[in-house]
Design a protein. Structure first.
Lengths: 295, 255
């Protein structure tokens, strides 16, 4: 049917496209780029292997420069440790059981704070994004609470929880909450409004339908971006939350600093970098699964 | 044929006070079961809004909507095919087709069977596991049609569904739609700004124009197929164009 229609109708009348875009139909009007132009890397852009090698070289030069500077200026030794001292200090902390205890404590604060702060942040952010009523209802409270930094809650954390893991988790949760709240809220707001109409047209126009069928799946990439930022931010809050005496990496760093054991401070700084790397790698694996539709 | 939907004296306005804009006014329309009706009119004439009034997505400011279509779990058996398909990017093709079936109390097996049947109707069975961004614009529009057909609607509303497609894909989909309509006997209300498309598809054409929009005329088409080369089709196109021009619409239509 279509072929007949085209033979009968379209061929009889010259195509307006042919007149408007004479070059489009002409042979050789568009010249294909040479095959290697599509695979050739731009000048100065490193390959994957080479970029790993460059990163390792950068780290080696950084540590080498640091070691050299510290050795050439003995007066610096009280202020900054030698990189070559770090492995021995790290090993000593592990053998003494301090490192494992500090990491276990901090991880328990971190995981509880991240879980509670993220869950509540995402929940409130998504619900505010879906319901203009709820958004309007909470907007005043958000304006009041948002500017208050997490550390300002320390007095209340101590009053309510004492010097316990609960207090540290509370401080972390507050920091993580706002990041997740605004990320989730923004992600829901950014969803194509027409998809909400699609939901209504197909019987999912109620609050629960819009929430589960459109808002949550549609906002997943934005929610995950916020969650990832929260994962990093939470490590900063771990140190802050433990500075006031709750046992963990932050408390151990403060003890070491007060004894001028700068090598131990660096050990725990590197420990946090390592823990962050592990959580980020785990996160990326989960994100790949949840947002396969974007690739 | 039984009337399954009727609009009488429909008026619709948005905004208040000086900002108030009247979109539709005094609009009457009735649809008989099994009919293929096309509403043609210029862009921005309120054609899409009219479909949304019928779908109960927009409440009219005046007039009465009577839809004689049974409810199934609180939903009327009507489906809308959107311009640009409007697929959910986070669902595979099969998930998009299943969208309207969820919450109807169907078993997993029933949903799967109906998705499979709908995808077969639009010749997309091989693409069921793909993501929307992995298929062409024409295929996406077919998925939109399958999503609507899957709920086995008594009334199929189509909002310029082929407007953004290239000419060849559009012609193919027009033929497929007619073939589907003949096989399934659904009532179709199709909206377009393309007079050629309206004549090719319709049993009856309603011209909607003016500001606010009103029904300017109703035209019955000759027996099918409605080829452009047919002098009756040519005259009909000319009459529709004249009707639109009476209302000050600049009609860009080649005969």
């Amino acid at each position: 049917m279509t072929a007949e229609r085209f033979a009968a109708e379209r061929n009889a009348v010259p195509s307006p496209d042919a007149e408007t875009f004479p070059g489009a139909a002409g042979a050789g009007a568009v010249t294909a780029p040479p095959a290697d132009a599509l695979t050739r890397r731009p000048f100065l852009q490193p390959g994957v292997l080479r970029s790993h090698a460059l990163a390792a070289l950068g780290v080696a030069l950084f540590l080498g420069g640091w070691e050299l500077a510290a050795r050439l200026n003995p007066s610096l030794s009280a202020l900054i440790p030698l990189p070559s001292q770090i492995p021995a200090a790290w090993l000593g902390e592990i053998r003494g059981g301090y490192w494992t205890a500090a990491v276990q404590n901090s991880l328990s604060h971190y995981l509880a704070g991240v879980a509670i702060g993220s869950a509540l942040g995402v929940a409130f952010g998504v619900v505010c994004g879906v319901s203009i009523w709820f958004d309007a209802f909470l907007s005043g409270v958000v304006r009041i609470l948002r500017p208050i930094p997490g550390l300002a809650w320390v007095p209340f954390a101590i009053l309510w929880f004492g010097l316990t893991s609960g207090a540290a988790a509370f401080i972390i949760a507050i920091a993580v909450f706002w990041i997740n709240f605004f990320a989730a809220f923004g992600a829901v707001q950014a969803i194509d409004r027409d998809l909400m109409e699609v939901a209504r047209a197909f019987g999912h126009g109620g609050f629960f339908g819009r929430l589960t069928k459109i808002a949550l799946p549609g906002a997943t990439p934005g929610i995950l971006a916020g969650f990832r930022t929260g994962l990093g931010q939470a490590w900063m809050s771990v140190v802050a939350a433990e500075l006031f005496g709750v046992p963990g990496i932050g408390a151990r760093m403060m003890q070491a600093a007060s004894l001028l054991a700068t090598d131990l401070v660096v050990v725990y700084m590197l420990t946090m970098a390592l823990l962050y790397a592990i959580t980020d790698i785990a996160f990326l694996a989960v994100r790949r699964r949840l947002t396969a539709w974007q690739s | 044929m039984a009337v399954i939907a009727e609009l009488s004296g429909i008026g619709l306005a948005f905004g208040r006070g000086a900002e108030r804009t009247q979109i539709l006014e005094g609009l009457d329309l009735s649809l008989a079961s099994g009919e293929f009706v096309v509403i043609v009119g210029p862009s921005g004439a309120g054609k899409s809004t009219l479909l949304r009034v019928l779908m109960e997505l927009v409440a009219p400011s005046a007039g009465r909507v009577r839809v004689d279509i049974p409810h199934q779990r609180g939903r009327r058996s009507m489906a809308l095919v959107f311009q640009d398909a409007k697929l959910l990017p986070w669902r595979r093709v099969s998930g998009n087709v299943a969208f309207g079936l969820e919450g109807l109390g169907l078993s997993h097996g029933e949903i799967e069977a109906r998705v499979k049947a709908a995808l077969e109707l639009v010749n997309l069975s091989a693409q069921s596991a793909r993501w929307p961004h992995q298929i062409s614009g024409g295929q996406r529009q077919r998925v939109g049609l399958a999503r609507a057909l899957a709920i086995e609607p008594d009334l199929l509303l189509m909002d310029e569904p082929f407007g953004a497609l290239d000419a060849i894909t559009r012609a193919t989909l027009q033929d497929e739609l007619l073939s589907l309509w003949r096989r399934t006997g659904k009532t179709v209300l199709f909206v377009t700004h393309d007079i050629d498309e309206a004549i090719y598809l319709a049993d009856r054409i309603i011209v909607l124009a003016g500001s606010p929009a009103r029904v300017q005329g109703t035209f019955a088409t000759p027996e099918r197929p409605h080829l452009r080369a047919d002098p009756r089709t040519w005259r009909l196109a000319s009459d529709i164009r004249a009707k639109l021009e009476e209302n000050g619409e600049l009609v860009d239509f080649e005969i």
